[in-house]
Design a protein around this ligand. Structure first.
Ligand SMILES: Nc1nc2c(c(=O)[nH]1)N[C@H]1C(S)=C(S)[C@@H](COP(=O)(O)OP(=O)(O)OC[C@H]3O[C@@H](n4cnc5c(N)ncnc54)[C@H](O)[C@@H]3O)O[C@H]1N2
Ligand code: MOO
Length: 411
């Protein structure tokens, strides 16, 4: 009998990192509407100050802060109004001690002014005379020139994944095109005589292909491109030829099914027949997902996922995601959140193995509870009914009801 020499998730990720030769797939330029989720290829540096001028954050009067010190309702400061800043225009106004200028939110402060008094704390006596009933500190109600982004500041380093707010920062700087890593192409293969296309007629004993669709969607969510290569039968030549096609056209390959020690472990044989180094590891100390394969052929990584749809997705989260992040040029994980919640049931586990239990999250008063969604790993809907994966670490043999646990959120 063949036994797996199983690896922990951490060991597996380390092995993947060591074995992937991240050859630069190059860059492309995208405009801002396409930038979110993409990975920065070359450092973005600010070439100008944002804002480019001292800018008011309120409606009121631009003043010299010192002129308002000590002002109050009983003894207000009295200032001379010398004009108004027009929105969107460079003001030529210059104030001297004892003077004020009417300004709107976002307006450019006139020369010499260093603060803005909110309209609510002012009282015009006539067109030219203003009473100030509250003092302002220097630069109160002002965004200073370059305070948001200063010229020369490195805004994003190579490997950073652009988020919604980052696209806003680029727009503020007037950078409308950005160099990003090209998206890696990941071939997706499903295997098994019983697996049929979702729109095909299925007979008794047959099932529809779930994994191509879940994996395609998971890759899309990460910003990579899934290339569906169809379903291969349990036939050595078919598996080999499809893998060969994938290796020629993709940056990585994910194949599901046919990974366990059984009559159908042809995947492994097919991989090993295609070139060096072939198999790198087979087996993880994880439930679900033990019979996972990682291999490489001529520098192209191949991830062999278990056929059960839940196992395939769990392993994609744990192993596939770091692999894809590497290929995408990312400097760190993106969009993965682990939260803490209280476990709603006693759970058992085996020592030395990491367990991932599907859970629904429920807010009860101010507490978050993780309610296990039980079921076999062949039941995809247990995943649909779940919000996250509760992690039972390898050193534990169970979790007690009410214990605080880590939950990886599912998107
Ligand atoms: N005697 C043993 N049997 C099994 C073991 C074991 O250690 N000893 N491990 C079990 C575990 S755990 C898993 S996980 C599966 C893994 O099996 P394979 O990766 O070889 O995959 P298959 O046998 O091809 O498929 C398993 C299951 O999943 C269904 N499947 C396959 N592909 C798809 C797809 N694209 N979409 C939907 N469903 C799919 C397939 O019909 C099978 O029911 O092995 C256990 N057995
Ligand atoms: O380890 Mo298998 O992946 O449970 O169903």
């Amino acid at each position: 009998m063949v036994l797996f020499e199983v690896k922990s998730v951490k060991e597996a990720v380390n092995i993947i990192e060591e074995n992937i030769n991240i050859t630069d797939k190059g860059f492309e330029e995208v405009d801002l509407f396409e930038a979110a989720g993409r990975v920065v290829y070359s450092e973005v540096q600010a070439t100008e100050d944002v804002p480019a001028f001292n800018r008011s954050t309120v409606d009121g009067y631009a003043v010299i802060a010192k002129d308002t010190f000590g002002a109050g309702e009983v003894v207000p400061a009295i200032l001379e109004v010398i004009g108004e800043v027009r929105m969107g225009e460079k003001t030529e106004l210059k104030i001297s001690p004892g003077q004020a200028v009417r300004i709107s939110t976002g307006g450019m402060l006139p020369e010499n002014s260093d603060a803005v008094v909110m309209l609510e704390y002012t009282h015009p006596l006539d067109d030219k005379t203003l009473l100030i009933e509250k003092p302002v500190a220097p630069f109160e109600n002002v965004i200073k020139k370059g305070e948001d982004i200063a010229t020369g500041e490195v805004l994003f380093r190579k490997g950073h994944t652009l988020r919604t707010q980052d696209v806003g920062a680029l727009a503020a700087l007037g950078i409308t095109r950005v160099k990003v890593f090209k998206k890696p192409k990941i071939g997706i293969i499903s295997s098994g005589d019983e697996v049929k296309e979702p729109d095909e007629k299925v007979d008794m004993g047959e099932i529809r292909d779930v994994n191509t669709y879940t994996l395609f969607s998971a890759l899309k969510a990460l910003g990579a491109v899934g290339i569906p290569l169809g379903i291969v039968r349990d036939d050595f030549d078919q598996i080999k030829n499809t893998l060969k096609l994938a290796l020629e056209n993709c940056d990585a390959v994910i194949i599901s099914g046919g990974s366990s020690v059984g009559t159908r472990d042809l995947t492994l044989k097919a991989i090993n027949s295609l070139g060096e180094p072939g198999l790198i590891f087979h087996g993880l100390s994880v439930k679900p997902g033990k019979p996972t394969i990682f291999a490489a052929v001529k520098g192209i990584p191949i991830l062999g996922l278990p056929g059960h749809p839940v196992s395939a997705l769990v392993i994609f989260e744990l192993i596939g995601r770091p692999l894809v992040n590497l290929l995408m040029g990312r400097d760190k994980d993106y969009g993965v959140y682990e939260i803490l919640a209280k476990c709603d049931k006693d759970l058992s586990s085996a020592a030395g193995r990491e367990d991932y239990i599907r859970v629904r999250l429920e807010k009860r008063e101010d507490e978050l509870w993780a309610v296990p969604v039980l079921g076999k790993s062949g039941m995809i809907c247990t995943m649909s009914k779940s919000d996250g994966l509760l992690k039972i670490p390898p050193e534990r043999v169970g979790i007690s009801k009410g214990e605080m646990v880590e939950v990886i959120l599912l998107k």
